[in-house]
Design a binder for this molecule. Structure first.
Ligand SMILES: Nc1nc2c(c(=O)[nH]1)N[C@H]1C(S)=C(S)[C@@H](COP(=O)(O)O)O[C@H]1N2
Ligand SMILES: [Mo]
Length: 398
């Protein structure tokens, strides 16, 4: 009898199982996982399985805190400063939200790729190389750092109401219990290094802090949040770039101003140069589509019917339209969008393509969201953040 392993893939609990999607996992000198990337091309549903979820740790990976030892302090411009244990937090009326998280640095190489007219791309530290970044390869630079999840917790607004926000409040500072200096992999040209150890902290403008979907989450995909994803409790800011969802939460402080913070104004911003007077804080994601099939690395395809598939999402609400072009953007047709059409989750879409004549085709897709924003929204910027451009898939029909 042939080895079951050869036929089916892994052996799980004694039984031959299907092949598992591949992850790119990086560790620090202590062997702790600090970065995980995984391809949305391997995703069979809408929710990224927790084992496949991307991970970005900017400072030193902190030691885990046991849920029984964890508490959250809420102070600053509030009537009644409070400290909540996990159990106390869980007594508030709960909520669940499903959303896409994407790291601001996701797909950064495509800025250069589109700028070069589809000839070359580069990274912040390396020479430009010929060709196109492979967006479905988790080992490729800046790829695979987006995931969708179902979060359960309590709306941040509910907890802030309990403490009583004072008039004049402007932002809510959220601080994690991780500290350190930015990791070496995370540093590049246009960035200043802080001169002492810092905490990971962000200060959420009050309007977003009070948004009914902004939450203090303790569960992800139906289980308590694992340490690596920011447990016991993390902030979740649907629609806004991944870096706003502060992990390992320990402190909330209501402020009467918007402070200048390393991970708010220096490490993350949109601007043409480091001292651009029109520098903008990074907030909502753009509007974006991702073609998952066909792929650039497919062999020449036969003539006939092919299904073009993908995922679309936006930082400003639900997707209302996805269009596909098979002639490099000359003409566009509406794609079929599958349900559900949720506010913060990506939508799966498909388009039946009858490829009658042999030749090379450039397949494109573009999305529109309920705010009326059409892809792309975010142009080239010096830190190459929040890419949402239209990247063609190049295929050949035999
Ligand atoms: N405390 C803390 N929160 C953090 C980070 C961090 O390093 N420390 N990384 C941020 C960044 S840059 C991203 S993209 C997301 C990643 O969340 P994940 O690791 O669960 O995917 O968390 C954000 N929150
Ligand atoms: Mo990120």
């Amino acid at each position: 009898m042939a080895d079951r392993r050869e036929i089916e893939g892994e052996i799980i609990m004694g039984w031959a199982d299907r092949k598992r999607p591949s992850l790119d996992v990086r560790k620090d000198a202590q062997g702790r996982v600090v970065r995980v990337a995984t391809s949305v091309g391997d995703l069979q549903g809408l929710i990224t399985p927790t084992d496949l979820r991307y991970v970005v740790v900017q400072l030193d990976a902190p030691d885990p805190v046991h849920p029984d030892d964890w508490s959250l302090s809420i102070g600053g411009e509030v009537e009644r400063p409070i400290e909540l244990s996990l159990e106390e937090l869980q007594r508030f009326p709960g909520a669940t939200v499903r959303c896409v998280h994407e790291c601001s640095g996701s797909e950064a190489d495509f800025f250069d790729y589109l700028k070069s007219g589809g000839e070359t791309y580069g990274c912040n530290r390396c020479e430009h190389v010929e060709g196109k970044p492979n967006r479905l390869d988790p080992e490729a630079q800046h790829q695979g750092i987006m995931s969708a999840g179902e979060w359960t917790g309590v709306p941040l607004a509910t907890v802030l109401e309990k403490a009583g926000i004072k008039p004049g409040a402007v932002s809510v500072l959220a601080q994690g219990f991780d500290r350190g200096l930015p990791a070496e992999w995370a540093m590049h040209g246009a960035l200043a290094i802080p001169d002492e150890e810092i905490s990971y902290e962000k200060s959420l403008p009050l309007k977003k802090a009070l948004d009914r979907d902004t939450m203090l989450a303790w569960a992800l995909n139906g289980e308590y949040i694992r340490h690596i994803h920011g447990g016991p409790v993390r902030l979740v800011t649907p629609g806004w770039s991944g870096n706003w969802s502060v992990k390992w939460l320990q402190k909330l402080e209501v402020l009467d101003h918007l402070p200048k913070l390393y991970y708010q104004n220096q490490y993350f911003y949109l601007g043409q140069t480091p001292d651009d007077p029109d520098k903008k804080m990074i907030t909502a994601m753009g509007v974006k589509t991702f073609i998952t099939e066909p792929r650039d690395d497919d062999p020449p395809l036969p003539r006939g019917a092919h299904v073009i598939r993908g995922l679309a999402w936006s930082g400003a609400g639900r997707i209302t339209r996805v269009e596909v072009s098979v002639d490099g953007g000359e003409t566009w047709q509406d794609a079929h969008r599958e349900l559900p059409h949720e506010r913060w989750l990506w939508q799966r879409w498909s388009h039946l393509w009858h490829a009658e004549s042999p030749g090379k085709y450039s397949i494109m897709a573009r999305a529109t969201d309920e705010a009326g924003r059409v892809q792309p929204q975010i142009g080239w910027n010096v830190l190459r953040k929040n890419f949402d451009g239209i990247v063609p898939v190049d295929v050949e029909i035999e």
